[in-house]
Design a protein around this ligand. Structure first.
Ligand code: SIN
Length: 514
């Protein structure tokens, strides 16, 4: 087994991970370990933008705080929300220093847009709809310029390395070959591994976002909470034979319409803000429409917008559809919701500190309670950036107070064999994704939640000792995340993105989206 040592270990190559690296590098050596290339995580695909209390006055901050709390359906922590929004200006200035090319008008003023449930136009964007990729590029380039930075990929997180007191002192990783085990000793470990959307049948997330950070933190003793609150994005391309593809909410912010089969803008029947209603409301409205009229098509239309506008403002979306033979400016496209964002996760405070000493979690993998039961659009990139900065003080204090005694830690379990559930490759993944989609989808029932839990527990119980296998291990992690989701579904308050139907009609329900 190879062993490396570093002061600060960050796991996850997205915006949260790189922001954390840049915050920690002035204080020691730092290493970022990623499961794949930077283009394989969710950050790279983030289209909409970065929500800011634009103007940054007290009034702008207050309005952003109130919009976040309203969208969160009663479950936001207001103190955490305020800390998040107050951190926006500094985070944004950092991005300008890293040279992130935010879109500007011909006079050089930043362009802003509005997205659902925002009362003002406050979302800044880059490259039109390539905001995530361009922010990530700016941060990554800045990190790679630093002498004390090291990047390792592809390595799959396997286990947190604990000392005899139960403190985190690094982590173990599986390399490309199942027999490769890498030990990294560190004074502080930061998990920025993202969400678990790819455990659902339909998702906007890239393929490997399967919740491994949550399952590994759970095994290390972290509290996991609010896993029932999974956000479904309403406007995701639904064409037979092509993978789901996000059609950013910013398109609705710029005037796109959602149409039913009669060509009517049906959303005003569900919410006074129509297309700009909160995401959970719009996703549920689509579910109801599609369930009432099986086979009907709901479409997104921009036909009424000026010629050339969409092509310039949303080049990524426009180009993707063009490759599929569709001219978005003239042709409405079919949409159906898909799993998008994990609001719960590893419980942390607003410095990213988990309940395990030496271990921090930030970004989508963490539950800071800022998003409540339904995240406000474009607050996720903001959270990744702000938390990637806020953790520094607590990492420095804790690692000097509790961890000055070196980095001795327990050895990894012998790796030649592990107890893992039965696994038949894509078939096993497909069954798990179907169960989550149908029983933990947009609409849930008690019966569905119980059945889902039983299904997952049966598979976990049937585990056997087998030679170590990275894919099978990932599947075991996926099952554990599903278990945590179903357990929470059966007990969590029924609000926002966790919407339950009770009574006789519940028996008929397929909770995904027909
Ligand atoms: C989108 O562009 O619609 C997604 C942005 C977000 O998840 O906030």
């Amino acid at each position: 087994m190879e062993t490396l040592s570093v002061d600060y270990l960050v796991v996850g190559g997205g915006i949260a991970g790189f922001q954390a690296i840049l915050s920690l590098l002035p204080h020691g050596t730092a290493m970022l370990v990623s499961k794949g290339p930077l283009s394989s995580g969710s950050s790279y695909f983030a289209q909409g933008g970065l929500a800011l209390p634009w103007g940054f006055t007290e009034d702008d901050i207050e309005s952003h705080v109130q919009d976040t709390i309203r969208a969160g359906a009663g479950l936001c922590d207001p103190v955490a929300v305020r800390l998040l929004i107050e951190g926006a200006e500094e985070a944004f200035e950092g991005l300008l220093r890293y040279g992130v090319p935010f879109d500007r008008d011909p006079r050089g003023h930043l362009r802003t847009t509005r997205e659902a449930a925002h009362s003002r136009s406050r979302i800044v964007h880059a490259g039109g709809d390539r905001t995530g990729a361009l922010i990530l590029k700016g941060l990554a380039e800045a990190a790679f310029r630093q002498p004390h930075f090291r990047f390792l990929s592809p390595y799959q997180l396997y286990q947190i390395r604990m000392d005899e007191n139960g403190d985190a002192k690094g982590a173990y990783f599986l390399g490309e070959r199942d027999s490769d085990l890498l030990e990294i000793r560190a004074r502080a470990v930061v998990l920025a591994t993202g969400g678990a959307g790819s455990l659902f049948l339909r998702t906007t997330n890239p393929r490997f976002q399967r919740g491994d950070g949550v399952s590994i933190a759970f095994r290390a003793g972290c509290e996991i909470e609010r896993m029932a609150y999974y956000q479904f994005h309403p406007t995701v391309l639904d064409l037979p034979g092509t993978p789901p593809f996000l059609l950013t909410e910013a398109m609705r912010g710029e005037g796109a319409h959602l149409l039913d089969k009669k060509g009517e803008r049906f959303l005003y029947r569900y919410h006074p803000d129509g297309e700009l209603a909160p995401r959970d409301v719009v996703a549920r409205a689509l579910w109801i429409e599609l369930s009432k009229n099986p086979g009907q098509e709901i479409s997104l239309s921009v036909n009424h917008l000026p010629n050339g506008f969409v092509r310039n403002r949303f080049p990524q979306v426009y180009g993707h559809l063009k490759e599929l033979g569709i001219d978005l400016e003239t042709t409405p496209v079919p949409i159906r919701p898909a799993a998008h964002f994990q609001m719960g996760g590893i419980r942390t405070d607003m410095t990213g500190k988990t309940g395990v000493r030496g271990l921090w979690a930030i970004g989508e993998v963490a539950s800071t309670r800022v998003h409540g039961a339904n995240r406000l659009a474009s607050n996720s990139l903001l959270e990744a950036l702000v938390m990637g900065r806020r953790l520094v003080q607590s990492v420095l204090e804790e690692s000097s107070r509790h961890m000055s005694g070196g980095t001795s830690g327990q050895e990894a379990r012998k790796l030649s064999r592990m107890v893992l559930p039965e696994f038949s490759g894509e078939e096993s993944w497909a069954s798990l994704k179907t169960v989550l989609w149908e029983k933990a989808g947009i609409i849930r029932t008690l019966k569905g939640g119980k059945k889902g839990l039983e299904w997952v527990e049966d598979r976990l119980r049937a585990g056997r000792s087998v030679p170590v296998h990275g894919s099978q291990f990932a599947y075991a992690n996926g099952l554990l995340v599903a278990k945590l989701i179903f357990q929470d579904i059966l007990t969590a308050p029924v609000v926002g993105a966790h919407y339950m139907v009770f009574g006789p009609e519940a028996d008929q329900i397929d909770g995904g989206c027909p």
